[in-house]
Design a protein around this ligand. Structure first.
Ligand code: GDP
Length: 437
């Protein structure tokens, strides 16, 4: 969702970045552009004004004007202040040293509460915690079922109340069960409404008072733009929140809501929902978010995702290839299978600086196609896999026949392989450049 905003900000800052010397009018001129971009992206008016005030103060400071590269310095200031907008980095979920951590999930209907509850539980399990889910949205039978299905998929126990039952009693029973079963985190899904209303807030307040959760996370739908900020303010006023999960960040919302959320409500964004999949939940790190907006690429995010999907031995191997620059079709096959597990390639590509320029058609990311790719590569001789340059017309025809695919498909794969090689080179540069290698 930050793509368009990022591109426009980049454009607005371009002139400043290229200048050797900066004067006050130049800075003001550049920041006027930034202002336009932020407002267009639906960032709250007051937030924009305060933001630019801070940037301008710092940008016109002596330090900047005397810097070796004043333009870059201004970009850095914008970046830092963007990070400030998201709030300071904090532990994403508060931990109690012993006993059970209770996380209450609240939000309007359809915001993504149930999905987020499951995603969070999954994340806790991955971090070595022992999570349990509780279905306390007892108004919609579908919500209970949905959480049960999700819990079943990820192997996490779901404690459910009776349809139409009392959510407070259910929440308390869930907690009792979680303590007795030695769980370390309890994630409680609650009911939503189409709009904030008194009955809902009363129900949630009663649950909060009974459970005394360590975290109250609001799931806010990024696609609703500034409306999401207003809703968050309502929940904050009525309940007091410890954090916000912005869901549907993968959609084409303009980004302003995410940028305004912290300043308007005082609550930090802790997680971002980036898809419907169970692993599509990113931790919201202010610096990284700012980096993504300013098109610096999100190196840490990429590494984090890759770590989840790739086992260590494979990863070491892949890294070696990336660093050495020797990348064969066999590695390509291995990488493809790893990427299948990492999630949609287009999402990953967004995290790599400059990767936007490499076109990988959407169809190539279809899991079904992976089988075809595999068949084609397995129909090659070891020598061909090591050195695809020797693949002339007759070899390609033989491979097509052997794999039951068309020559056109073989050609397409080889082209894709070349692009992947290019991508590897780029990633190599990135790792070298950031000192991670
Ligand atoms: P609830 O009513 O608040 O519990 O919302 P649900 O969890 O049922 O989610 C509503 C819809 O939004 C479902 O179709 C989810 O798959 C979808 N959804 C939730 N989070 C995300 C997200 O981060 N990205 C996308 N694209 N869809 C999401």
């Amino acid at each position: 969702m930050f793509d368009e905003l990022g591109e426009k900000l980049d454009g607005a800052l371009k002139k400043l970045r290229q200048r050797g010397v900066l004067t006050e009018p130049m800075v003001k001129d550049g920041l006027r552009e930034v202002r336009r971009v932020l407002l267009e992206a639906d960032v709250n008016f007051k937030v924009t004004r305060d933001f630019l005030g801070r940037v301008q103060n710092r940008a016109l400071g002596e330090e900047t004007l005397r810097a070796v590269s004043p333009g870059q310095q201004v970009v850095k200031i914008v970046h830092d202040e963007l990070a400030q907008l998201f709030g300071e980095a904090r532990p994403t979920v508060e931990e109690t040293p012993s006993g059970l951590n209770v996380v209450l999930i609240v939000g309007l209907q359809g915001a993504g509460k149930t999905t987020t509850a499951a995603k969070l539980a999954r994340r806790f399990a991955r971090d070595g915690k022992r999570p349990m889910l509780a279905a306390c949205d007892l108004q919609r039978p579908a919500a209970i079922e949905q959480l049960q299905t999700l819990g079943g998929k990820i192997g996490i126990e779901v404690f459910k109340g009776e349809f139409g039952g009392d959510p407070v009693a259910t929440a308390l029973a869930a907690r009792k069960h979680a303590v007795a079963s030695n769980y370390s985190v309890l994630v409680v899904d609650t009911a939503g409404r189409l709009q904030i209303d008194k009955t809902l807030m009363e129900e949630l307040t009663r649950i909060r008072e009974a459970l005394e959760p360590h975290e109250i996370l609001l799931v806010a739908d990024a696609m609703t733009g500034q409306e999401a900020v207003t809703i968050a303010q309502g929940f904050e006023d009525a309940l007091g929140l410890t954090g916000i999960v912005m869901s549907k960040m993968d959609g084409d919302a303009r980004g302003g809501a995410a940028l305004s959320m912290r300043s308007v409500t005082g609550c930090p964004i802790k997680f971002l929902g980036v898809g419907e999949g169970i692993d599509d939940l990113d931790q919201a790190d202010p610096t990284r978010l700012a980096g993504r907006i300013l098109q610096m690429g999100d190196v840490v995010g990429l590494v984090e995702r890759a770590q989840v999907a790739v086992d260590e031995a494979q990863q070491a191997q892949l890294q070696k290839q990336m660093i050495s620059g020797r990348f064969t079709l066999e590695d390509f096959l291995a990488a493809m299978s790893q990427i299948q597990r990492m999630g949609p390639l287009d999402q990953l590509m967004k995290l790599i600086p400059g990767a936007k320029r490499i076109k990988i058609p959407a169809a190539n990311m279809d899991p079904k196609r992976f089988k075809h790719v595999e068949a084609i590569i397995l129909s090659m001789t070891p020598q061909e896999r090591q050195d695809p340059k020797i693949l002339n017309g007759s070899r390609r025809a033989r491979i097509a026949k052997g794999s039951g695919r068309s020559v056109a498909e073989v050609n397409r794969l080889l082209k894709q392989f070349k692009q992947m090689q290019k991508l590897m080179k780029q990633m190599r540069g990135m790792i070298g450049g950031s000192g991670l290698g």
